[in-house]
Design a protein around this ligand. Structure first.
Ligand code: 5AD
Ligand code: SF4
Length: 473
């Protein structure tokens, strides 16, 4: 039997996050919204009064995971009710947005379905769920399933969210932009996250200052299309009514205490001259760029509605490296988009060879209902996708190991973020976003120290602290 180990006053919420960094950020912000209602974070669903699944809809596998987790939670809830208590189940994020009614139908144990643009309304949704639960306990039969909120509100949720609480180990995400108007033919994001929206620069600068005061030395600017950023300029700013991402980065770099800046995820079409220049001019901007290309075939890029060809991507890589010769490039690649021939796939392999990536994510095309790609006749057989993905991943793994190996012997600043797997070990990130582990004290967490890199592995490096340990810039 499950018992509730709450202290009688504090309620507990367990938030499980699927998918991208945007969702990690959203989960933190949901915790911020729930904190004033008395919710502390719980380590497991079994110990929680409220469970939030913050879901991802980008590929079929990601959304199917949600339904199996909901099945498990239904059992926890049933046990809880047998014990005279309750468990509130909320589904948030992109599956909630795309399949709200379907979730309620498939899993009646769900109390709340809340889309990614509506989580500032969680307090009202919880109150409504509680009202329904009270009526049900009183023996009333209620029409419909749980409480559903998947509207795209006219106002921005950012205007209603409390300031983020706390910074983990010196590093913080800062959402500057949401949604997407690009409509790549494989992607659900424009449907689940809605139209492109950029936060005003003033609000971002204010949040950044707050995060630095709370201990952040690294800020990662987040957006579904982060370099499409065009937020309202601060009132005192000269030269135009909106700021570009490059302008925003330059202003953030002026905040005292900002040692590292990163941004993700970008689109090749929005890499403007000023942003490329910033990579050479702003020392805080880390020499790492995640720039999804998706395919190396012009024919497939066109069918994907990417709005650029392979040549643009190659020239961007060259121009960025002219400005910052040590820039690590990362990317997203899809194999098996409908109509992809062997020759198209070879173009992708060639592009990867020509550009050279420090790391990359690669996926089999997943048919997403409602996207134009799903309706295309020429779907690629699963076995072909599997073979292409393994060839591509072998090439990418080889490139990543070569990139890591080339750094062995260098002394580099590492921002330590967490305890390592072995006792006495700490784990951090190099400027090129490589994971680096060293033997060192926990007091290093949240600080930058110089590390001599001693060995390279597939996805990480080992190092030793060099003599001058300190909060180096
Ligand atoms: N199938 C496979 N991969 C996809 N992505 C987005 N939609 C799909 C899909 N339908 C990948 C893209 C994107 C990353 C976040 O997920 O590569 O850049
Ligand atoms: Fe999806 Fe394309 Fe928008 Fe990226 S740019 S979020 S892949 S539609």
């Amino acid at each position: 039997m499950t018992t509730l180990p709450t202290d009688g006053k504090r309620k507990r919420v367990f938030i499980r996050t699927y998918g991208c960094q945007m969702n990690v950020y959203d989960s933190d912000r949901m915790a911020d919204v729930l904190r004033p209602l008395g919710y502390a974070l719980s380590e497991s669903p079994e110990q929680a009064d409220l469970v939030v699944l913050n879901t991802c809809h980008i590929r079929e596998k990601a959304s199917e995971k949600v339904y199996s987790e909901l099945g498990r939670l239904r059992d926890v809830k049933a046990e809880r009710r047998n014990a005279g208590a309750d468990l509130t189940i909320a589904v948030a994020g992109c599956v909630a947005q795309a399949e709200g009614a379907e979730i309620a139908r498939r899993q009646p144990a769900v109390d709340i379905v809340v889309g990614p643009q509506a989580y500032h309304r969680l307090p009202q949704l919880l109150a409504e769920a509680e009202r329904r639960a009270a009526l049900r306990r009183a023996g009333k039969r209620l029409p419909g399933a749980g409480v559903l909120d998947t509207e795209f509100p006219a106002e921005s949720k950012f205007d209603h969210l409390p300031a983020p609480a706390g910074v983990r180990a010196g590093s913080a995400f800062l959402s500057i932009q949401e949604g997407c108007d690009k409509f790549c033919t494989f992607c659900v994001v424009p449907y689940t996250r809605g139209a492109e929206y950029s936060r005003p620069a003033e609000a971002i600068l204010r949040e950044a200052r707050g995060l630095v005061e709370a201990g952040a030395i690294e800020l990662t600017l987040l957006g579904q299309n982060v370099n499409a950023y065009h937020g309202e300029a601060p009132v005192c700013s000269i030269g135009g009514s909106t700021w570009s991402l490059a302008r925003l980065i330059r202003a953030l770099a002026e905040i005292e205490g900002v040692v590292r800046l990163r941004y993700t995820t970008s689109h090749p079409r929005d890499m403007d001259d000023d942003l490329i220049a910033a990579h050479g001019e702003v020392p805080q901007l880390m020499p790492y760029l995640h720039l999804p290309v998706q395919s190396g075939s012009d024919r497939i890029l066109e069918a994907m509605n990417r709005g650029h060809g392979r040549d643009l991507f190659r020239s961007l890589a060259d121009r960025l490296r002219e400005r910052r010769s040590d820039l690590a490039l990362s990317s997203d690649l899809i194999v098996g988009f409908p109509g992809e021939s062997d020759a198209d796939f070879d173009d992708t392999m060639r592009l990867v060879e020509e550009v050279g990536f420090a790391s990359a994510f690669s996926f089999k095309y997943s048919r997403r209902p409602g996207t134009p790609g799903a309706a295309l006749a020429d779907q690629v057989p699963e076995a072909v996708k599997t073979a292409r993905l393994s060839a591509l991943q072998a090439l990418l793994a080889d490139q990543q190991l070569r990139f890591n190996t080339a750094k062995v012997g260098a002394v580099v600043p590492v921002l330590f973020a967490e305890a390592g797997r072995k006792p006495g070990q700490v784990l951090g990130k190099s400027p090129w976003l490589q994971s680096v582990h060293v033997a060192g004290p926990a007091s290093l967490l949240g600080r930058i120290a110089e590390v001599e890199l001693t060995a390279a592995y597939a996805v990480s490096l080992a190092g030793r602290l060099s003599s001058s340990v300190g909060a180096a810039a």
